[in-house]
Design a protein around this ligand. Structure first.
Ligand code: IVH
Length: 684
């Protein structure tokens, strides 16, 4: 282009303005998403290079500018929980009686508990913060404690009120589910396939993928919606029952699911469930069950949560949706650890409103056990966020083909496969001589929970590997030396190459847990990577400890095995990784290219790490309630008093334990003091 930057800017801005009008106002897009994205990004970059061109009110500000780094992290003030499941009336009854026991209710009071039933929407939960009635921030659930700041993306969703339309507490957090309707999901996938992009597996993934876009303009063009259903932090109380809270949500302008219903007695539950199950396939959006919530909000807050689920709510999961179709062929894929996984190619079929054409068959034994053969008519099931599964063949008149024989050689590198005793998975023995493993490791390395490099997905990794640009992870950080070559490849213009190299540079500094996960060590998934990172905090400390831990009986090996959540097989996998010289070479190569950040430890409170003993009668809460509060604050609860006890809470008529505490000179307090320490309001 010979035009001056100012001329280029004017042309691009006019184009984007016209396309915006066509898309947003006329519902008649004039160009493909990809073309729109490319031009919009070009405009953003031009404005970055020439800030003087960005007059107030540039079109790039209309839906939010493209952020130049991944999402910011945001700790939740109130954790975002998941739900425990029940599947039968008996299990539901046991959920109610546990809650009643926790609260110290008698049978009659337990029988009088009322609930609200809501469809369990299969999307992703978000937290919206309003200050002075205005939306100031939106975050994803993340790991429940820390989420991602996706405010700019949420602002593009019409169903989310920017301002509350009724008086509200000064600060309030509203929670709900972002989802994509089934029909919108199907249409989106068609567009993606037409543009040679990978389609989404289900509406839930499509919603999550759309919300977590780095460019809000992309989110803006995805049809996302919201049902609000819960509260997070609130500076003031807004209702005394969940039902009243839902009514308040509607007044504030939130969409609340119209099928949410008060349940006056547990006996009404089966009818609600049957009714919703019958409507399920015809609903415009995916649901995977019913959520029952105790209506009384005071009781909810007394019940609190155990582990990661509340004691005041439960999910009744529906069985998965099923359909029958023909199995066209079985394909074997080789993963990054050499595992051979069979994938079923199916004649496309509608399962509960979603078209399915691939399914997993898990492993060799599974195929034999189910005796599924290519050409069979099979029953397929779709279960929420899980990849569709094949349940088994259905009888038909046609003669069947021969039984399937699982390959004894790797279909990619032709090395022998082996299946260690006691394991279900057959693996290729080719290691890094197997192209499939090399490529899959690289794909894992750049995946979202790992290095998450924008513009370097599965397709580009395969392409760059094929032409010899990337053989090992460290090569990614040397791609800038090959920029000239990349630029000349089809689909890689000047702009996209620059964007890619910039995205790579941004990842030269990486959190320790993402780094660990990215290595793709067997059994070191996101959670274990986080456990290790929090424990060792720095890459250097971890590296030294792993080297030392290779000695049986060393302190480091003992310490590794005693990290909460790190079991024997994980220790074995870590040590096996360290025993391979090529893995050590990968580590030292990466170490030279990267800055690996120190991992932060979760915050500590006044009770964290202390052992507490409760003795005597408490009047404002039951024992289990007191125990759970203590544990939530990071303390341990014990029954017996010893030198190691950090605090003894003396209820009424505290006997021998109070005496012993005094003898040992331990810290003690009464029930009121305990409430104060735990940050609870004083009881009347
Ligand atoms: S209540 C502490 N209500 O289900 C209560 N959750 O399996 C948790 N979900 O993370 C939220 N529909 O993403 C609630 N009506 C509903 C829901 C719902 C869907 C999701 C939510 C949550 C997950 C737990």
């Amino acid at each position: 282009m010979d035009d001056t930057p100012a001329q280029q800017h004017a042309q691009l801005a006019a184009l984007i303005t016209r396309w915006n009008t066509a898309y947003y106002q006329n519902d008649a897009p004039e160009v493909s998403d990809a073309e729109y994205d490319e031009k919009r990004r070009a405009l953003v970059m031009l404005e970055e290079a020439h800030p003087e061109l960005k007059a107030e009110g540039s079109v790039t500000d209309e839906v939010g500018a493209a952020p130049d780094s991944a999402f910011g992290k945001q700790a939740h003030r109130v954790p975002m929980l998941s739900l425990d499941n029940v599947f039968t009336p008996e299990e539901f009854a046991s959920f109610v009686s546990k809650a009643a026991r926790f609260l110290g209710l008698d049978t009659k009071a337990a029988d009088a508990l009322t609930f609200v039933a809501e469809p369990k929407i299969d999307g992703l939960s978000i937290n919206l913060t309003y200050k002075g009635g205005k939306l100031v921030r939106g975050t994803t659930r993340g790991d429940g404690l820390v989420g991602e700041d996706v405010t700019a993306n949420l602002l593009t969703i019409a169903a989310i009120p920017r301002k509350l339309t009724d008086s509200a507490p000064d600060e309030i957090e509203i929670r709900g589910e972002i989802f994509m309707a089934k029909a919108d999901f199907l249409a989106l996938n068609e567009t993606m396939i037409a543009q040679d992009q990978k389609p989404f597996a289900n509406p839930r993934n499509a919603a999550a993928g759309s919300l977590r876009q780095l460019d809000p303009a992309v989110t803006a063009r995805r049809p996302l919606s919201l049902f609000a259903y819960a509260q997070g932090f609130a500076s003031e109380r807004c209702a005394s029952t969940h039902q009243a809270y839902l009514d308040q949500l509607k007044k504030w302008g939130f969409p609340v699911n119209p099928l949410s219903t008060p349940i006056a007695h547990a006996s009404e539950i089966p009818a609600y469930i049957d009714d919703l199950a019958r409507q399920r396939a015809a609903l415009a959006y995916d649901i995977d069950g019913v959520v029952f919530k105790l209506d009384d909000l005071d009781l909810q807050s007394r019940l609190g949560f155990a582990g990661r689920a509340p004691r005041w709510a439960i999910a009744w999961k529906f069985p998965s949706e099923q359909a029958i179709t023909r199995l066209e062929k079985i394909e074997i894929q080789v993963g990054r650890t050499g595992a051979l996984t069979p994938t079923a190619h199916l004649q496309p079929v509608n399962v509960g409103g979603v078209i399915v054409s691939r399914a997993t068959l898990h492993n060799e034994d599974e195929i034999a056990r189910k005796d599924v053969r290519p050409g069979d008519l099979v029953r397929v099931q779709r279960a929420g966020d899980v990849i569709p599964q094949i349940l088994g063949p259905v009888p038909e008149d046609k003669p069947r083909g021969p039984a399937y024989v699982f390959p004894a050689q790797c279909p990619v590198c032709h090395a022998q496969t082996e299946r260690p005793d006691g394991e279900a998975v057959r693996r290729c023995t080719g290691g890094l001589t197997c192209e499939a493993q090399v490529v899959e490791r690289l794909i894992h390395f750049v995946s979202r929970p790992a290095f998450d490099i924008d513009g370097l997905g599965e397709r580009s990794i395969r392409e760059f590997h094929e032409i010899g640009l990337i053989d090992k992870p460290g090569d990614i950080f040397r791609l800038h030396e090959k920029a000239d070559l990349i630029r000349t490849r089809e689909g890689w213009g000047e702009l996209s190459t620059r964007n890619l190299l910039r995205a790579i540079e941004q990842r030269r500094s990486i959190s320790f847990s993402r780094f660990l996960f990215g290595l793709g060590i067997r059994r070191i998934g996101e959670r274990n990577a986080q456990l290790l990172a929090r424990h060792y905090q720095t890459y250097e400390a971890w590296f030294e400890a792993m080297k030392a831990a290779s000695l049986i009986g060393s302190d480091e090996r003992l310490a590794l095995g005693s990290i909460m959540g790190i079991g024997e097989s994980i220790v074995a996998d870590l040590l096996a990784f360290f025993a391979e010289p090529h893995n050590l070479a990968t580590l030292s190569d990466l170490r030279g290219e990267l800055t690996i950040e120190t991992e932060a430890r979760p915050e500590e409170g006044p009770l964290s790490g202390k052992t507490i003993v409760f003795t005597g009668t408490l009047h404002t809460m039951t024992r289990p309630e007191a125990k759970s509060i203590a544990e939530r604050l990071g303390a341990q609860v014990s029954d017996s008093v010893s030198k190691k006890t950090g605090l003894v809470v003396l209820g009424e008529k505290a006997g021998s334990k109070a005496k012993k505490a005094a003898e040992l000179g331990l810290e003690t307090c009464d029930e009121a003091g305990w409430r104060l320490l735990a940050g609870l309001p004083a009881a009347n």
